[in-house]
Design a protein around this ligand. Structure first.
Ligand SMILES: NC(=O)c1ccc[n+]([C@@H]2O[C@H](COP(=O)([O-])OP(=O)(O)OC[C@H]3O[C@@H](n4cnc5c(N)ncnc54)[C@H](OP(=O)(O)O)[C@@H]3O)[C@@H](O)[C@H]2O)c1
Length: 267
């Protein structure tokens, strides 16, 4: 395959995606950055290009619109961007009482967290297969490991990301394409995540990590062709303890913990 190669990152205008863009830039990777319109994405691309002398391009779109993943793919093809790494980071979180969740809230989690990630993976796979070594990094969450009350849509969407990534990784064994899933715990990326992490008190504060640290762990893990990346030793401990508890106790604790979150976020 002919260089230059590009890493495509969705949700790159802020939070974990933006930190990944800066980190990938520092590693000399050329970038295609994607996010919603009018959120300063062009400036992020320009600053990274100037600082690290890499090539950058950006594309603004709402990936929850059905036609958007295909339009993004067509644009990268028309411009001959040779993508060898796909980072599906864009996603929306949130807590809600399911019974009173509005349909837009439901659609956003399904269309962005699940559909856009799956369609982009499908579209880019034939391009990634042409490379000797290539990568898909899907951003999941620690929420993927439990059916979380009051985060029923979010935790199910991230469980989907985890299962999808595992199945695809196995299907692609023996090819040059490696599939990795990043499962962070709390990261203070915006006002809403601040409120959510604070609602969990000490547990929230002990388990949170910076966007930069999570981004580095994800990209390094992707390049090492690992499967699941859970940044922070304490979060491995949370996973192990959380998994060995009997399911009824797990659910009791989850209800208690996430009722705190839904109370503050839906107040
Ligand atoms: N923060 C956490 O505590 C945490 C924990 C575990 C997992 N995660 C996962 O990590 C990923 C990034 O989260 P974050 O906290 O960094 O989020 P964030 O700060 O809210 O950033 C989300 C990014 O996705 C973009 N985006 C949102 N909706 C979009 C859409 N419909 N189409 C295209 N782009 C869209 C945003 O673009 P604009 O800036 O243009 O709006 C932004 O660039 C998500 O998948 C999230 O589920 C986060």
């Amino acid at each position: 395959m002919k260089e230059p190669f590009y890493t495509l990152i969705t949700g790159a205008s802020s939070g974990i995606g933006k930190s990944m863009a800066w980190y990938c830039g520092s590693l000399g990777m050329n970038l295609i950055l994607v996010s919603l319109p009018e959120e300063g994405l062009g400036q992020v691309a320009q600053e990274i290009e100037e600082k690290y002398k890499v090539k950058t391009a950006f594309y603004e779109t709402d990936l929850s619109v059905l036609a958007s993943p295909q339009a993004l793919f067509d644009w990268t093809q028309q411009n001959h961007f040779n993508v060898n790494s796909l980072i599906n980071n864009a996603g929306v979180a949130g807590a809600s009482v399911f019974e009173s969740s509005d349909i837009k809230y439901i659609d956003d989690r399904i269309l962005l967290n699940i559909r856009a990630l799956v369609v982009l993976s499908r579209l880019y796979l034939p391009i990634l297969r042409l490379h000797e070594k290539s990568y898909i990094l899907n951003v999941g969450s620690m929420a993927a490991f439990w059916p979380i009350p009051y985060k029923s849509l979010y935790s199910s969407s991230k469980a989907f990301v985890l299962y999808f990534s595992k199945s695809l990784r196995s299907e692609l064994k023996g090819t040059g394409v490696s599939v990795t899933v990043l499962c962070p715990n709390g990261v203070r990326t915006n006002g809403a995540t601040n409120v959510r992490i604070n609602s969990h008190g000490k547990v929230g504060r002990l388990t949170e990590l910076s966007a930069e640290r999570v981004a580095r762990a994800g990209v390094d893990g992707m390049l090492k062709r690992k499967f699941v990346i859970i940044p922070g030793r304490i979060n491995w401990l949370v996973l192990i303890i959380g998994k060995i508890l009997p399911p009824p106790i797990q659910q009791k604790l989850l209800v208690r913990e996430f009722m705190k979150e839904v109370r503050v976020t839906c107040a």
